[in-house]
Structure formats: C-alpha cells, structure tokens
Design a protein around this ligand. Structure first.
Ligand code: FNR
Length: 183
C-alpha cells in the first residue's frame, strides 16, 4: 500500500534549512511513502469570524490535509516555540468547530542552527497536536543541528551518518503510518 504524506514546512524562508530537511526526507523515503507539500505561505491570518466563510487558501489547506493519509511537520524553532506561520495554519486546519482536519497519524522533525535542534519547538508542537487528536510518532526523535552544507539545495544529505539516521527514522515512520491508517 502507498501512503500519501502531507508535509508542512514551518518556515516561509526561501533558504529554509527545514525545507532542505523536508526534501532530504522525501528523497530518502521508502517507495510506499508519497510526499506532497501542504502549503501554508499564502494563508491569511486566522480569524474566527470567517469560520462560516473560509477563504480559498484555507479551504485549499484543509483539502490538502484531508487528502493526506498522514502528516509530517518539518519546522524551525522560533523563540523557543513554533513559528507563527505554522500556528496560523494549524488554527485554520483545526476549524470550523467540529471539522478538525488534524486528527491524523503525525510526526514532528526539525532543523536548527543551534545545538538544541528545535527540541523546545517540537515539545510545544506535540502538545498542540495532542489536543488536535493526532496520533504521534515519538521515537526516534529528529533534532537536527544544521551545519553548513549538511543538506544541499536539492535535498542531498552530504553526511553518511545523518543520511543513515534519517533513513532509519523514515522506516520507523512508514511502519507507524501503516499501523495507524485505517484502509
Ligand atoms: C531563530 N532561531 C532559533 N534557533 C533555535 O534553535 N531556537 C530558537 O528559539 C530560535 N529562535 C529564532 C527566532 C527567529 C525569529 C528566527 C528568524 C530564528 C534560528 C533558527 O534556527 C535559524 O534561523 C533557522 O535557519 C530557521 O529555520 P529555517 O527558516 O531556515 O528553516
């Protein structure tokens, strides 16, 4: 069985190291995982007043998530939490009330230039996803400290040990997804 993985990059930066990490995971993934990006960059700010009339960008976000078997969050840490852009996307996806789209098998990974490797942001995000009724893949954890050139623009991992680690993580994630997706 092939599973569609909707991945969300928490950074809007054109040079995002987390986008590079997402591309690396896509390239290293087992053949039964199809990676499709769920875009968040064009979303307006969430406003509860719009729950009865979602803007097109937010409808597209929910459609993309609903079409995914599982979700993967690849996010930087901003000020010891997740970027506002990612929280905004989560708020849209969680509503309108009673139509939460986030209750899917999910995983969280991230890259940082600091040694903490997004651990604090991931902890916050997992709390949010618990509330959002997502089933979380928790082990192993990916706290990637990004050093210059570790992953190329096209998602090639230049360090053998890191590539092997990410590959093993993907195999665990694929097994978790297979076990959690009701088909
Ligand atoms: C950061 N950065 C950062 N790093 C970290 O390890 N912990 C943190 O709390 C923060 N806080 C933070 C806030 C803001 C507003 C910015 C712009 C950056 C540094 C961060 O790891 C670095 O900029 C990464 O390159 C961000 O990931 P992307 O955007 O390249 O994917």
């Amino acid at each position: 069985t092939t599973y569609r993985i909707g991945y969300i990059v928490g950074s809007l930066s054109a040079n995002s190291i987390n986008r590079k990490l997402a591309l690396a995971l896509k390239a290293l993934a087992p053949a039964n995982l199809e990676f499709v990006e769920v875009e968040i960059k064009d979303l307006p700010l969430y406003n509860h007043d719009l729950d009865g009339a979602y803007p097109a960008e937010a409808v597209a976000l929910k459609d993309a998530i609903n079409a995914s078997d599982a979700l993967l969050y690849v996010t930087p840490e901003y000020n010891r939490s997740i970027p506002g852009a990612l929280k905004n996307a989560i708020d849209w996806a969680s509503r309108p009330w009673g139509q939460n789209s986030l209750g899917k098998p999910s995983a969280v990974v991230g890259a940082s230039i600091g040694a903490v490797g997004t651990a604090v942001a991931q902890q916050h995000l997992k709390g949010i996803l618990n509330f959002s009724d997502a089933a979380l893949f928790n082990q192993p954890e990916v706290y990637l400290q990004f050093t210059e050139g570790l992953i190329t623009e096209t998602g090639e991992v230049t360090n053998e040990g890191t590539a092997a680690f990410l590959k093993a993580w993907l195999e665990g994630y694929a097994a978790f997804v297979a076990a959690h997706v009701a088909k």
